[in-house]
Design a binder for this molecule. Structure first.
Ligand code: FAD
Length: 396
C-alpha cells in the first residue's frame, strides 16, 4: 500500500477542473489532477478544427488572461464575436447586439474546448500540478482533517479537499451521495464546422425554430461552427444524411442568416439535458462545472458558469489557507456553495424559460416573443443589460 499527500485532489481535467487546478497551484497549494484520459496537446493552427467549441464571455477571458493563459490561446486560434444577431423564425422578431453600442471591442470569443484544455494543462504542469492519468477515485475514507482516497491497485492519496470536476455524470457526486434534479430535453445538438455564402463578420447568429435553435458561431478560418438543437428523432435522421442533403436541410433551418451554407465538415451530436446537484458540497468535497450543473447550450453559458465556480472555490480555499484556517473545512465550502448556487440556478432558470418560450407554437406566444425581440432591439437600456449579461458582467 503506497500513500501520497496533496492539499487538493481534483477529478476531471476538463476546462473547469484544469482552471481550478491552475488557480489553486498558483495560490501555493499542492494539487493532483486525476482523469480517465490525457488532456489534449495543441498541435498548431494548421490542424482541423475540433468539433467542440465554446463561446467564452469577457469574464472568462479576463480570468484566463489574469493567469497568463489567454495570450497563448489568442496566439493559437480564437475568433472574437463583436455582435450577436438572434431571430425568431415563426414570428419574424429580430434583435441585434453590437459590442460597439456599449463601447466594447467584442462580446466574447469562440474557442475550441481542446485548445483551452491544452493551454491550461500546459500552464498547470509549469505550476507544478501533478497529473494522474489514467486515474480515478474509487472511494474514500474520512479521517479527522483529511480524506484518504482509494485510487485502486493499492494506491492511496491523502487530501484536505476533493474537487469533483468530472462532468455531468460525475462519479465523485455519486460517491458523495449528492442527489440531482435532472430532466432530459429530448433534444440533441448537432455540431459541425460549415462554410457559408457570406463572411461571418465576427457575428454570432442564432435562429429560433420550433424544434430548437440553430446557431452559427464565427471561427478564425472564416467558417462557422454550428450548434443545432433538434428533437432526438429528427437529429438522428439528419445525422444519417449524406453531406449534400445535410447542407440542404441546414439551409432550410438557417433561412437568410448566413447567405447560405455551402459545405460542411464532419458532424457530431450531444444529448441535451438539464441537471442541478441538490448540494455542491459534502465533507471535504466540492463540485464544480458540469458536475454541479448542466444547462441548455442555447446561450452558451455552461462552461462560463463553471469557470466562475472554479474562480470562487479557489479564492475561498486560498483565503482560508492564508488566514491559517482549514482550506477544506466546512465553513470554506459553505461560503463557496452560497456564492455560486444562486447564480447558477438563475441562469439555469433563464435558459429553461427561453427553451420553453421558443419551442412552443401557440400563436399568442409566438407574437409575444417576437414583440420581445423587437422591443429589446429598440430599447437601449434593456439591450445593454442583455449585452452585459452576455459578457458575464454584473448589471448596473
Ligand atoms: C453542444 C454544446 C455546446 C456548448 N456550448 C457552450 C458555449 O458556447 N459556451 C459555454 O460556456 N458552454 C457551452 N457548453 C457547455 C460546456 O461544454 C460545458 O459546460 C463544459 O464543457 C463543462 O466542462 P467541465 O470541465 O465541467 O466538464 P467536462 O468537460 O465534462 O470534463 C469532465 C472531465 O472529467 C473526466 N472524467 C469524467 N468522469 C471521470 C471519472 N469517473 N474518472 C476520471 N475522470 C473522469 C473526463 O474525462 C473529462 O476530462 C456547450 C455544451 C454543449 C453540449
Amino acid at each position: 500500500m503506497s500513500r501520497q499527500r496533496t492539499d487538493v485532489a481534483i477529478q476531471g481535467a476538463g476546462m473547469v477542473g484544469l482552471f481550478a487546478a491552475l488557480r489553486l497551484a498558483r495560490a501555493g497549494l499542492s494539487v493532483s489532477v486525476l482523469d480517465a484520459e490525457r488532456p489534449p496537446v495543441w498541435r498548431g493552427r494548421g490542424g482541423e478544427y475540433r468539433q467542440r467549441v465554446s463561446a467564452l464571455n469577457r469574464h472568462t477571458e479576463a480570468l484566463l488572461d489574469a493567469d497568463g493563459v489567454w495570450a497563448a490561446m489568442a496566439a493559437a486560434r480564437v475568433s472574437p464575436f463583436r455582435a450577436i444577431t438572434a431571430e425568431d423564425a415563426a414570428g419574424g422578431g429580430r434583435v441585434h447586439f453590437d459590442a460597439a453600442e456599449v463601447g466594447e471591442p467584442h462580446l466574447g470569443h469562440i474557442v475550441e474546448n481542446d485548445l483551452v484544455r491544452a493551454m491550461l494543462a500546459r500552464a498547470c504542469r509549469e505550476a507544478g500540478v501533478h497529473f494522474s492519468v489514467p486515474g480515478a477515485v474509487q472511494g474514500w475514507a474520512e479521517e479527522e482533517s483529511a480524506l484518504i482516497l482509494d485510487l485502486g491497485e493499492g494506491r492511496q492519496l491523502q487530501t484536505g479537499l476533493l474537487v469533483g470536476a468530472d462532468g455531468a455524470g460525475s462519479a465523485i457526486r455519486e460517491q458523495a451521495g449528492i442527489a440531482v434534479d435532472h430532466r432530459g430535453y429530448g433534444q440533441r445538438a448537432i455540431v459541425a464546422a460549415v462554410e457559408t455564402g457570406e463572411p461571418h463578420g465576427e457575428t454570432a447568429r442564432q435562429r429560433f425554430l420550433a424544434g430548437g435553435p440553430v446557431a452559427f458561431l464565427p471561427l478564425a478560418d472564416g467558417r462557422c461552427s454550428i450548434v443545432w438543437s433538434l428533437p432526438e428523432s429528427e437529429a438522428e435522421a439528419i445525422l444519417r444524411l449524406e453531406d449534400a442533403a445535410f447542407v440542404e436541410v441546414l439551409n432550410e433551418a438557417a433561412g437568410s442568416l448566413v447567405g447560405g451554407v455551402t459545405g460542411s465538415g464532419p458532424r457530431g451530436a450531444f444529448p441535451l439535458h438539464r441537471l442541478h446537484a441538490r448540494r455542491y458540497i459534502a465533507e471535504r468535497v466540492a463540485l464544480v462545472g458540469d458536475a454541479a450543473h448542466v444547462i441548455h447550450p442555447l446561450a452558451g453559458q455552461g462552461a462560463n458558469l463553471g469557470f466562475r465556480d472554479a474562480e470562487t472555490l479557489a479564492a475561498e480555499v486560498a483565503a482560508a489557507r492564508e488566514r491559517g484556517r482549514d482550506p477544506g473545512g466546512t465553513a470554506v465550502l459553505r461560503r463557496f456553495e452560497r456564492a455560486r448556487r444562486g447564480d447558477n440556478l438563475a441562469v439555469q432558470a433563464a435558459m429553461e424559460a427561453f427553451h420553453q418560450a421558443f419551442t412552443r407554437g401557440e400563436a399568442p406566444l409566438v407574437a409575444l416573443r417576437s414583440l420581445g425581440f423587437n422591443l429589446t432591439d429598440r430599447l437601449p437600456p434593456l439591450k445593454h443589460a442583455f449585452m452585459r449579461l452576455a459578457m458575464g458582467r454584473a448589471l448596473g
